[in-house]
Design a protein around this ligand. Structure first.
Ligand code: M6R
Length: 609
C-alpha cells in the first residue's frame, strides 16, 4: 500500500513527483504530499484526499527545486488527514514510508524522554524522529549511516525515502518487505515503489532487495546492505511502455482491462501452448519431469481475487488428475494456522502484484519448511517473483484498476497449464491432452466474442439492477468460484452488499435473505448439474427472488432476466461466465456514479497484513 516517489537531478522536482504520484495513486488515495528542496530551502506540501488536491496546493506554491520525495497514502496508523500525511518532518529529517513499524510505541517513549514531541498519530513520525536523533548525534553528518543505524532499532516492514535539511545532493532509500525501485538516468535518479512511475523517464532500473540501503544522487546509486557494507548494483532493463499505463480511450482502466483479456490471455499462452506440436511448455518452473511426477499435493495460496482464481483452477485440475490433491488456502488465514504439509507437496503463490504481505509470509513459511515454491505472478521482479524457486509469469501487463479482472483470467489459465504439465509428466496421453489444448486455443476468441455480444445488453441490464442494495451470487461446481469472484467484484466497486454461495447451500441459510431488496445472480452451465442448479433457481423464484440467470443453455429459463453466453467451451466455460459478470459489476458501479478505478477504502497492492 501507499506510493513513494523521489527525484534528484537538474529538472523541476515538483512536477516530476506529482506525475509519479498520479501513476501510483491506485496504491492508496487517502492523502498525498511532497517535500522538495532547492537554493531557497525546503518546501513541504501535504493535503488530505487525492493527488489532484495536492496538485492545487503545488500550483499555488511552485518552486524550481531539484530534489524531492513524495507519497500517496493508504491510512494504517491515524485517520486520513493532512496532519497524518507524509512526508513527515522532524528536526532535520524528512521521511516517506510504506509499511508498518511495529515497535513504534516503545520508540516513541524513548524519543519523548529525549525531548521529541509528536504532531501526528503515525508510526512514520516516530521513525522520522528516530533517524533525526541519530543524525543530530553525528559529528560528521552522514545520512546513509543514520538510516542504517536507525534500521537496527525498528521492527516491522518498510520502504522508505529520506532527505535531510540542507542536503541537496542525496536521497537515502531502504526496504524491508515493501517494494522500491530506483531508475537511473543521465545525471538524475528517480525513485518509486512501483516501476510504472518511472515509465517515460528511464528504462534502466535497480530493484532494491530486502535489507538494502541506497544513497541516490546525480552520480547514480550507491548500494549497501544493512550493515553499510557495499553491495554490487545490478541495473536491469524495464520492460514497460507508456501505452500500457494509459486508458487508451476507455472511460476507466477497469473497462480497458476487461476488454484487454483476449490479448493478455494470448500473452499468457504465448510460447507455452504449442498447438501444432501438441506440446505444453512452462520454461520457468525449474522442475524436472521426475520432480513433476512426484507431485501428490498442490497448495494454492493467495488473497481476494487471486484466491478465487486458485479455487477455479483446482476445479479444472481435478478433472484430469487422480493422484493429486489440491489444497486451496487464503494466505491471511494460512499464515497463522498450524497446518501440515504432506510429503511431495508443491506450493503455488498467486498474486497479481507479487507484493501481497500475507501471501509473501506464507511463501516464507513454506520455504522454511523446505517446500518447493512456485509463483503465479504478474509483476515482473516483484517480491514474490524473486523469492520463489520458479513459476509462471501471467504477463497481463500493468493492471491499474484496483479491481482485478484480466489477472484473474490469466492466473486461472496459468495454473491449469501447471496442472496439465504435471499430468503430462505423469503419463497423460496426447489424445487426452488435445481437447484441453483445443479449448485453450479458442478461449481468447471466445472471450472476444462474449465482450462484443454482451457489452451493450449487460450495460442495459446493469441500469435495471443498480438501485438494489443486496445481491446473492450462486453457482455450482466450477461456477461456484465464479459466483464468489462475481460477488467480490460487485461489492468492491458498486458497494452493493453481495455474497457468493454454492447454489446447493442456499437451503442451509442464505435463502432466508431473499426479499424485494435483493437480486440474485445465478450461473447455470448446460452440463450434468443443469437440473440441480435449476431446482435452486426455482426455489429462489418461489420466494419472490429477482433473478438474473447467466447461462450457456438454450433451454427456457423463466427468470426475471437471462444473459445467454454462447460458448463451445466445456472445461473453460466458467471464464466466459466470469467476463459477463465483470461487465455487469462495472456497469452497475458506473450507474451508481462510483469511482470505479479507485473504490473507497481500498488500495491495489496490500503490503500490510
Ligand atoms: O496483488 P494480489 O493478486 O496478491 O492481490 C490480491 C488481492 O488483494 C486482490 O485480488 C483484491 O482482492 C482485488 N481488489 C480484487 O479485485
Amino acid at each position: 500500500m501507499c506510493g513513494i516517489v523521489g527525484y534528484v537531478g537538474n529538472k523541476e522536482a515538483q512536477r516530476i513527483l506529482l506525475s509519479g504520484l498520479r501513476r501510483l495513486e491506485y496504491r492508496g488515495y487517502d492523502s498525498a504530499g511532497i517535500i522538495t528542496a532547492g537554493r531557497n530551502g525546503e518546501t513541504l506540501l501535504r493535503e488530505k484526499g487525492k493527488v489532484a488536491e495536492l496538485d492545487k496546493k503545488v500550483a499555488e506554491s511552485e518552486h524550481n527545486d531539484i530534489i524531492g520525495i513524495g507519497h500517496t497514502r493508504w491510512a494504517t496508523h491515524g485517520e486520513p488527514s493532512e496532519r497524518n500525511a507524509h512526508p513527515h518532518h522532524v528536526g532535520d529529517i524528512y521521511l516517506v514510508h510504506n509499511g508498518i513499524i511495529e515497535n513504534y510505541q516503545d520508540l516513541k517513549e524513548v524519543l519523548a524522554d529525549r525531548g521529541y514531541e509528536f504532531a501526528s498519530e503515525t508510526d512514520t513520525e516516530v521513525f522520522t524522529a528516530l533517524i533525526d536523533s541519530i543524525y543530530q548525534a553525528q559529528d560528521k553528518k552522514d545520512l546513509h549511516q543514520a538510516v542504517v543505524d536507525s534500521l537496527q532499532m525498528v521492527i516491522g516492514a518498510y520502504g522508505i525515502a529520506v532527505m535531510a535539511k540542507g542536503n541537496l545532493d542525496e536521497i537515502v532509500v531502504a526496504r524491508k518487505g515493501s517494494p522500491l525501485v530506483v531508475g537511473v538516468g543521465e545525471e538524475e535518479v528517480f525513485i518509486a515503489s512501483d516501476p510504472s512511475a518511472l515509465v517515460g523517464h528511464t528504462d534502466q532500473v535497480v530493484y532494491l532487495r530486502d535489507d538494502e540501503v541506497a544513497t541516490c544522487s546525480k552520480d547514480g546509486v550507491h548500494l549497501t546492505d544493512a550493515t553499510a557494507t557495499k553491495v554490487d548494483t545490478v541495473v536491469e532493463k524495464l520492460e514497460l511502455d507508456i501505452q500500457a499505463i494509459q486508458k487508451k480511450g476507455y472511460d476507466h482502466f477497469l473497462l480497458k482491462e476487461i476488454f484487454e483479456q483476449p490479448e493478455t490471455l494470448r500473452s499468457t499462452l504465448n510460447g507455452r501452448v504449442l498447438k501444432e506440436q501438441d506440446l505444453l511448455r512452462l520454461g520457468g518452473l525449474n522442475m524436472t519431469d521426475d520432480e513433476l511426477r512426484e507431485v501428490k499435493n498442490v497448495f494454492i495460496i493467495g488473497c481476494g481475487t487471486a484466491y478465487y482464481a486458485g479455487m477455479l483452477a483446482s476445479y479444472f485440475i481435478e478433472q484430469f488428475t487422480d493422484d493429486v490433491v489440491i489444497h486451496n488456502a487464503i494466505a491471511s488465514e494460512l499464515r497463522y494456522r498450524s497446518f501440515n504439509v504432506p510429503e511431495n507437496s508443491v506450493a503455488l503463490f498467486v498474486s497479481q502484484s507479487g507484493e501481497t504481505a500475507d501471501t509473501l509470509a506464507c511463501l516464507q513459511e513454506m520455504k522454511r519448511r523446505g517446500v518447493k515454491c512456485l509463483g503465479i505472478v504478474n509483476a515482473v521482479g516483484s517480491s514474490i517473483a524473486r523469492e520463489v524457486d520458479g513459476g509462471v509469469y501471467v504477463h497481463v501487463g500493468a493492471e491499474i484498476s484496483v479491481a482485478s479482472t484480466k489477472a484473474f483470467t490469466s492466473q486461472a489459465v496459468a495454473m491449469l497449464l501447471f496442472g496439465l504439465v504435471i499430468a503430462q509428466a505423469k503419463g497423460m496421453s496426447l489424445k487426452e491432452l488435445r481437447p484441453y489444448i483445443a479449448e485453450l486455443d479458442i478461449l481468447p476468441d471466445e472471450i472476444q466474442s462474449t465482450l462484443n455480444s454482451q457489452n451493450e445488453p449487460i450495460k442495459t441490464l446493469a441500469k435495471k439492477y443498480a438501485h438494489y442494495e443486496h445481491a446473492l451470487y450462486v453457482g455450482r461446481d466450477s461456477l461456484f468460484p465464479v459466483a464468489l469472484e462475481g460477488a467480490l467484484k460487485l461489492k468492491e466497486i458498486s458497494y452493493i452488499q453481495s455474497e457468493g454461495y454454492a447454489a446447493g447451500e442456499l437451503k442451509h441459510g442464505p435463502i432466508a435473505l431473499i426479499d424485494d431488496k435483493f437480486f440474485e445472480m445465478a450461473f447455470v452451465s448446460d452440463n450434468w448439474l443443469y437440473e440441480k442448479t435449476m431446482s435452486n433457481i426455482i426455489e429462489m423464484k418461489a420466494r419472490g427472488g429477482h433473478i438474473i440467470t447467466v447461462t450457456n443453455s438454450e433451454k427456457a429459463i423463466g427468470t426475471e432476466e437471462v444473459v445467454r453466453v454462447d460458448t463451445k467451451l466445456e472445461l473453460l466455460a466458467p471464464l466466459i461466465f466470469n467476463v459477463a459478470s465483470q461487465l455487469f459489476a462495472y456497469y452497475v458501479a458506473v450507474e451508481r456514479g462510483n469511482d470505479v478505478d479507485q473504490p473507497r477504502n481500498l488500495a491495489k497492492s496490500v503490503t500490510v497484513e
